[in-house]
Design a protein around this ligand. Structure first.
Ligand code: UFG
Length: 343
């Protein structure tokens, strides 16, 4: 198989990385995974291998160590890199900004340096809807202005996008795509891989599933006095397998020479706003389980509403979110039950 069909995935043991590895492999790409396992488990690699039935190569490598990373570039002849390896907790980034700037920027700079050094053409960066901040109008398109970042985490996403844009502009051999994810949720239908947050979850769905499992006493709904239909925040919750498939479409676009610009950006969401209460109700209905919850004050830093205009991704990538919210929330609960050994 030639280098065009080979993809290096940094952070491939993580939540989005592992699901993307599966979808790429099932689409016929040869995948190599690297991960330092600081915020992920080796079991995810086993899960990926089990689902695909392939002995996908894995190297325990820290992308912040350029010498270790260089060995991976020497050993494998991929044309494309998908860079997931990054810290992602907004709150932690406020408390420990240097940890975030160090890790998220150095790892990406190392990847970019080696792409240049080894003449590897395609780099896909995992960005976030966080770059839109509190948008002036909704839904947001890729042309909506980015707002000043409200956390070091969000700032690293903006800075990496800029590093990518400038590198694509300056180096003739480098092509980049940034995918701006909205709120990824759910798990693989096999329940062999899924989200594994360490400690108390920050995000809504893992908190709900852990509450349903009895690990947390009660879900706090952060704010019911927003200017939204039911007073709770609106988000665009995108199924993890759908999200992973967007990466396959983006890799296909890069490797087939279809890119119109050297650097392209796509929103990856469903295009549908869903409130916290709607999501919670759907979860309870589809899984036939009660989740104790209470209304509490707003969480500082939350924007009232953000959802995607996905026309560009739908038309240009030929990709569309397909799983329903109910299907996705069923997969979340199936995964939680599996890891907690609940019948
Ligand atoms: N929420 C609760 N209770 C909880 C957790 C969350 O009510 O215990 C609410 C939040 O207030 C928000 C919604 O659920 O209204 C979604 O919250 P998440 O923490 O799941 O997701 P965010 O939209 O805050 O953040 C996500 C990613 C970030 C990314 C951001 C971009 O986690 O990495 O989207 O918009 F930066």
């Amino acid at each position: 198989m030639n280098a065009k069909n080979k993809v290096l995935i940094s952070g491939g043991a993580g939540y989005i990385g592992s699901h993307t590895a599966v979808e790429l492999s099932e689409a016929g790409y040869d995948v190599v995974i690297i991960d330092n396992l600081t915020n992920s488990e080796i079991n995810a690699i086993e899960g990926v291998r089990k689902i695909t039935g392939k002995d996908i190569p894995f190297e325990k490598v820290d992308t912040c160590d350029i010498n270790e990373l260089r060995k991976v570039f020497e050993k494998y002849d991929f044309d494309t890199v998908i860079h997931f390896a990054a810290y992602k907790a907004v709150g932690e980034s406020m408390a420990q900004p240097l940890k975030y700037y160090n890790n998220n920027l150095i790892s990406f700079l190392n990847i970019m340096e080696l792409m240049k050094e080894f003449d590897r053409p395609n780099i896909l960066f995992s960005s976030s809807a966080t770059v839109y901040g509190e948008a002036e109008s909704l839904p947001v398109t890729e042309q909506s202005p980015r707002q000043p970042a409200t956390s070091p985490y969000g700032n690293t996403k903006q800075m990496c996008e800029d590093i990518l844009r400038d590198s694509c502009r300056a180096y003739p051999g480098i092509y980049g795509i940034a995918l701006r994810y909205f709120n990824p949720i759910g798990a693989h239908p096999s329940s062999l891989i899924g989200e594994l947050p360490r400690g108390v979850p920050n995000n809504l769905v893992p908190f709900i599933t852990q509450t349903a499992a009895g690990i947390r006493e009660c879900l706090s709904v952060f704010g019911n006095d927003y200017d939204t239909p039911d007073g709770t925040c609106l988000r665009d919750y995108i199924d993890i397998v759908d999200l992973a498939k967007a990466h396959v479409a983006a890799v296909r676009r890069m490797t087939s020479g279809d890119m119109q610009e050297k650097y392209e950006i796509f929103n990856i969401g469903t295009g549908k706003p869903v409130s916290v209460l709607e999501l919670l109700t759907t979860f309870q209905e589809v899984n036939d389980i009660k989740v104790p919850h209470k209304m509490v004050d707003r969480r500082p830093g939350d924007v009232p509403a953000v959802w995607a205009n996905t026309d560009y991704a739908n038309h240009v990538l030929g990709w569309k979110a397909e799983r329903t919210l109910a299907e996705t929330l069923k997969s979340s609960w199936d995964w939680e039950k599996k890891i907690r050994k609940i019948q």
